[in-house]
Design a protein around this ligand. Structure first.
Ligand code: TXA
Ligand code: MG
Length: 345
């Protein structure tokens, strides 16, 4: 670990007691920041009802105040207290996907601090699917505001080590903590769905895809500006954003990222400062000997689980550029294309 003076609580998810998290839970309740695992990425948590604690999230991340936060809880009842109204679509999606990598945007009540919602009338809420997150939230007994635990525009962390590398210098050993429960399994951030209008609108694609959502609510679609997977390369930053934090320049490594399309030559770059992310295929196995090469699975879920870790690793190796073989352009890969487009912008 880069720094050891931030209290680190290591949890074996297969075998732990809820009170193993009493100390970080107390720090959370007392206004400290606690980074913790969810199934998607590590979050940087603060007591959502404590505006001073929430303000420290923005400072610590270097995040602009116009970018609202997601509130996490362990039960629907807790989250329902934060929203002015709970439509039928919310119940349908919560029943199907919570706990899980889905965030719902709903009208907020006045108990949600304005800082969390960045002055909007709505609040984003989610029940994560991770035993350590649940234990921490239950022991703290407060709703937890948590963005991804990285500096603004950096890649989201999928391990406690990523959190420490990026935020170690900004956290306080006296008030804050990190909970380490190993690598996250979904690997990219939750799908965000707005329920502010009559029909669900996807604000940020995630591993719960439009196809998954349409099985329950057929009228679900992408919000304006979140284009069809087949047109993603044409999306630009001029479309008005319904979700203020979703600027293109996000989730970016230090290295220059280039997506290599099927008709472009992929293998004739011999620069040792170049990192590679390729798809597993018989014709790619010859490249495994390169230290800076990741062969990621052809399945979108397994790819997502490994993707940010590969970017972090190649950045840590000091790669000047990262070349990524284009994955398929289907709905199941939409969230990955979304992150690829952000990383290259
Ligand atoms: O998987 C995840 O969602 C992770 C884990 C930790 O839960 N969290 C996460 O948070 O990715 P963050 O802050 O990095 O991204 C949340 C995004 C913001 O960029 C913002 O655009 C959107 O959620 N958001 C939050 N509140 C919103 C609101 N009221 N209306 C529209 N978008 C909102
Ligand atoms: Mg983030």
């Amino acid at each position: 670990m880069k720094r050891t003076n931030i209290p680190l609580f290591t949890i074996n998810t297969a075998d732990f007691q809820e009170n193993d998290l009493d100390q970080p839970a107390e720090r959370l309740r007392n206004g400290g920041l606690v980074a913790f695992p969810t199934e998607t990425v590590y979050g940087l948590g603060a007591n959502a009802l404590d505006p001073a604690a929430v303000a420290r999230i923005f400072e610590t991340k270097g995040r602009p105040p116009q970018n609202p936060l997601i509130v996490h809880a362990a039960t629907i009842t807790t989250l329902q207290k934060l929203v002015a109204h709970w439509p039928k679509h919310a119940q349908i999606l919560a029943d199907a996907f919570w706990p899980g990598p889905l965030t719902l945007v709903l009208p907020k009540t006045p108990i949600v601090p304005d800082l969390i919602s960045a002055g909007l009338d709505s609040v984003a809420i989610r029940i994560p699917d991770h035993p350590a997150a649940h234990a921490l939230i239950r022991r703290a007994n407060v709703p937890v505001a948590a963005p991804s635990a990285n500096r603004y525009t950096h890649i989201s962390p999928t391990t406690a080590q990523h959190v420490l590398n990026d935020l170690g210098d900004y956290l306080s050993p006296h008030t804050d903590a990190i909970v380490d429960a190993g690598p996250t399994t979904v690997g990219i951030e939750s799908t965000i769905v707005s329920l502010l209008g009559p029909e669900p609108r996807i604000l940020r694609p995630g591993m719960i895809s439009r196809t998954d959502l349409r099985r329950l609510i057929p009228s679900t679609d992408y919000a304006p500006g979140i284009s069809d997977p087949n047109e993603l390369s044409n999306s630009d930053d001029n479309t008005p954003k319904l979700s203020p934090g979703l600027s293109r320049k996000h989730y970016a490594p230090q290295a220059k990222v280039v997506v290599i399309h099927p008709n472009q030559s992929f293998y004739d770059h011999q620069n040792p400062r170049t990192g590679w992310i390729c798809l597993q295929s018989p014709k790619n196995t010859q490249y495994t000997d390169r230290t800076a090469t990741f062969l990621l699975p052809n399945d979108p879920h397994a790819y997502a689980e490994a993707f940010y870790n590969a970017l972090h690793h190649l950045d840590d190796l000091g790669c000047e550029s990262i070349l990524i073989q284009a994955p398929p352009r289907t709905d199941a890969w939409h969230a990955i294309w979304d992150r690829l487009n952000r990383a290259t912008s």
